[in-house]
Design a protein around this ligand. Structure first.
Ligand code: NAD
Length: 385
């Protein structure tokens, strides 16, 4: 079986490694020779480290390398059973690429995009045969992150969805099915993790290290929101928020933050720029949090309530199943618990009370409680047994 990967940046390179490890033949194309060279060098380095750590044998490493070929011409994609596009996040450029590749591959070749934020349906519409098009959304770094979101377009045939899902499952990934809506599951449900933390900071309820401390030490998350935003890069994280906000017709729940926008404008994009919310220069000292447990618990309760509310909304609009929503957040962004399971533990009524208290304080749309949570509280029901 052969997969063609268009784009050999961070995502394309990672997906190529995943497919080659599963013993697929991989053909990689990139406009930039430099990107191809970097991708090759990076792969050799990663595989050498895996051999060194005893994770794979030397033979397997050679096998993975032999499975990947770098091509100079789109025509070489002809034998592919699957094409995954991972180029620049731009609808028009992606559509041009699909128009170019579609006539070169066989009729039963699935064509997919790894886009994080664009409409799969709109991309599918650029094809002569949109029914074979689907979203296959890997997370970064693709070889390490278990989760893959499978997003059928409105036009996608159900057999294509099943086939795409079974291929990615066979590559050792955990797949979840998401409706083609902005941010799919993870990038939608996770928005309040960043935006509510930013809001708490902007209102001077707590400073940055204190919010990060509360979320990790009390909330049990692996990284605090500010550390995570610095890690992802503000250029990337801010654009996702802005894209989701616009795509949801300017719903106040996804409103971006000026604080983060200013960081992007200043070029303080986080860890990779040496400065974001934190200073990453060699002689910088990490700021100390105020370890006030009561305040910390309030911060956690507020952010978790907003996350649960977003997860409930995602279920109410049938964007994904309750099982897939919880799996997506634990495997895609390493949350300590599935949010709907967490809601059951906290108590649905308590979740409603927390949302209503925020709404009472601010009278903003952003804090409206999910009607599903309200209905469940009245019925005294839970998401899971
Ligand atoms: N980086 C992430 O965290 C992440 C996670 C999930 C999905 N995505 C999505 O994956 C896609 C790629 O993201 P990335 O982070 O790997 O980007 P990247 O900038 O690292 O790589 C993109 C590559 O595409 C190449 N390219 C651009 N236009 C091309 C064209 N017309 N034909 C062939 N190659 C072309 C570039 O030379 C570059 O090497 C985007 O759609 C992005 O939204 C990114």
């Amino acid at each position: 079986m052969t997969v063609g990967i268009i784009g050999s940046g961070s995502m394309g390179s990672g997906i190529a490694q995943v497919a080659a490890t599963a013993d697929w033949k991989v053909l990689v194309y990139d406009l930039s020779k430099e990107a191809i060279e970097n991708s090759q060098k990076k792969l050799i380095k990663i595989l050498a480290r895996l051999v060194e750590k005893g994770r794979i044998s030397k033979e397997k490493s050679l096998n993975i390398q032999n499975n990947i070929s770098y091509i100079n011409d789109f025509e070489e994609f002809a034998p592919c059973n699957l094409i995954i596009e991972a180029i620049i996040e731009n609808t028009e450029i992606k559509k041009k690429v699909f128009k170019k590749v579609e006539p070169l591959v066989s009729d039963d070749c699935i064509i997919a995009s790894n886009t994080s934020s664009l409409s799969i349906t709109s991309l599918a519409a650029s094809l002569e045969t949109p029914e074979r098009f689907i979203g296959i959304h890997f997370f970064n770094p693709a070889p390490l992150m278990k989760l893959v979101e499978i997003i059928p377009a409105v036009q996608t045939k159900s057999q294509i969805t099943e086939k795409a899902k079974s291929i990615i499952d066979a590559w050792g990934k955990l797949t979840v099915l998401a409706k083609d809506t902005p941010g799919f599951i993870v990038n939608k449900v996770a928005r309040p993790f960043y935006s509510e933390a930013l809001r708490i900071y902007e209102e001077s309820i707590a400073n940055i290290p204190t919010i990060d401390w509360a979320i990790t030490h009390i909330g049990g998350f692996r990284m605090g929101p500010f550390t995570l935003m610095d890690f992802i890069g503000h250029d990337v994280n801010y654009i996702v928020t802005e894209t989701v906000f616009k795509a949801f017709y300017y719903d106040g729940r996804y409103k971006p933050s000026f604080t983060q926008k200013r960081l992007v404008e200043a070029g303080f994009n986080g860890r990779k720029s040496g400065r974001g919310f934190y200073d990453y220069s060699a002689n910088a000292t990490a700021p100390e949090p105020h370890k006030d447990e009561t305040k910390g618990q309030k911060i956690v309760d507020r952010i978790v309530a907003m996350l649960i509310n977003e997860a409930a909304d995602t279920l109410q609009y049938h964007i994904a199943s309750k099982e897939d929503i919880d799996l997506a957040m634990t495997k895609g962004v390493n949350y300590p618990k599935g949010l709907l399971k967490w809601a059951d533990e906290i108590g649905i009524e308590e979740c409603v009370l927390r949302m209503d208290a925020l709404f009472e304080e601010y009278h903003e749309e952003r804090y409206r409680c999910s009607p599903l949570l309200r209905k469940m509280a009245k019925q005294d029901s839970t998401f899971f047994e």
